[in-house]
Design a protein around this ligand. Sequence first.
Ligand SMILES: [Zn+2]
Length: 248
Amino acid sequence: MPHRLARLLEVQSLDMELAALESRREEVPRRRAEVTREITELEAERGEKEQALEHGRLARRGKESDLELQRERLAKYERQLGEVRTNVAYSALLSEIQRAKREIGQLEDEILDLMGEREDQEKRIAELSGMLAEKRSAAAGELEELAEEAREIERAAEAARSKRDQLASEIQPALYRMYDRLRRGRRFPALVPMRGHACGACHSSLPPQVVREIQHEGAFHPCEACGVLVYAAPEVEPASAATPRGTT
Ligand SMILES: [Zn+2]
């Protein structure tokens, strides 16, 4: 290809390929998070349930020791009942006995509630563990595919990069620098074919003299409106000159 820009166009198309590979590479962690999202959520719920289970266990232990104390008090009062001498002392003791019985009843209810909660929590934890095992094995294949895809992207990028660097070294340095400056300045693609008599990037029309200049093989001209390098594509469609592309 005698076109003076041919090599640079190849570099540009490799740069585009590299940019596409880069955005695919950036997608991988997001897709991985999507695959593992449910697993992460289930793990979080199981963690919460396990914590609640532990809190319940400690609360129950506290209530059981309170219950033990109340039972001892009750037994002591009941023993004292036979030893009191006055009616006042007797009725005071009876009301203490009533109070201890009430507290015992209440503690027993609370302990039963805690046992019920524990049963529910243990059931849910077992359920979550089963779901986690299932989801983990279902995700394993997908995660392996993603890892393989990431490796494949890496290989393709490496190949494209070394080919690109080789080609870039064969380009006239001044031309390459011009391209590279545009590329780094986010004017990309930096080399854009002329469309009709207009810039292929921003569609502003080019002065006739510039058009004539561009139509020389291998020539290019910076677009005054947007700065890209406009060149004449080797495969210019004659019809495109007549269609008002500038309006699209
Ligand atoms: Zn332009």
